[in-house]
Unconditional design. Structure first.
Ligand code: FES
Length: 165
């Protein structure tokens, strides 16, 4: 384990501990069917996201080509290769929400948070994303922060919604 971990480009102690934890998970799951997805999930939980160096580390330790690991990471939208915020905001831009003002909410949030779509705020608090229907069409426009759905949102409510975080 030691030599493999030593090859990673991270140098901070905290990163080293995370890599060690991920190495243990790889060893635990390596012989199980469909283990790659499971390992990537847990690795993302531990590390927060899946940068290329970590994908390389997983591929090497698991003995599979990097292309196999990267292919899975890029196929599933729940895997992220960039650092994520503490909370994820998803504004619905499905048809119902779009026609009832979803676009204004997106624009206002981008202004307030100073981020583009798919980006994370400088303080690391929020990652900002777009969703396609979150099942609240009857009370659109809607948005989510983590698992909480906010319905009938308008730009005047955004301050108070964000202040909860
Ligand atoms: S379109 Fe937005 S919740 Fe369905």
């Amino acid at each position: 384990m030691g030599a493999d971990i030593g090859k990673c480009t991270c140098c901070r102690q905290e990163d080293r501990h995370k890599y060690e934890e991920i190495a243990n998970i790889i060893d635990l799951y390596r012989d199980k069917e469909g283990c790659l997805i499971q390992i990537l999930h847990l690795a993302q939980e531990i590390y927060g996201y899946l940068p290329l160096e970590l994908q390389q580390f997983i591929a090497r330790r698991l003995g599979v080509p990097l292309s196999e690991v990267s292919g899975v990471v890029s196929f599933y939208s729940f895997f992220s290769t960039t650092v994520r915020g503490e909370h994820t905001i998803r504004v619905c831009m499905g048809t119902s929400c779009y026609v009832r003002g979803g676009k204004k909410i997106v624009e206002r949030l981008q202004e307030m948070l100073d981020v583009g779509i798919g980006e994370t705020t400088e303080d690391g608090k929020f990652t900002f994303e777009i969703a396609r229907c979150i099942g609240a069409c009857g009370l659109s426009p809607a948005m989510m922060i983590d698992d909480v759905v906010y319905k009938q949102v308008n730009v005047n409510k955004l301050d108070s919604i964000l202040s909860k975080y």
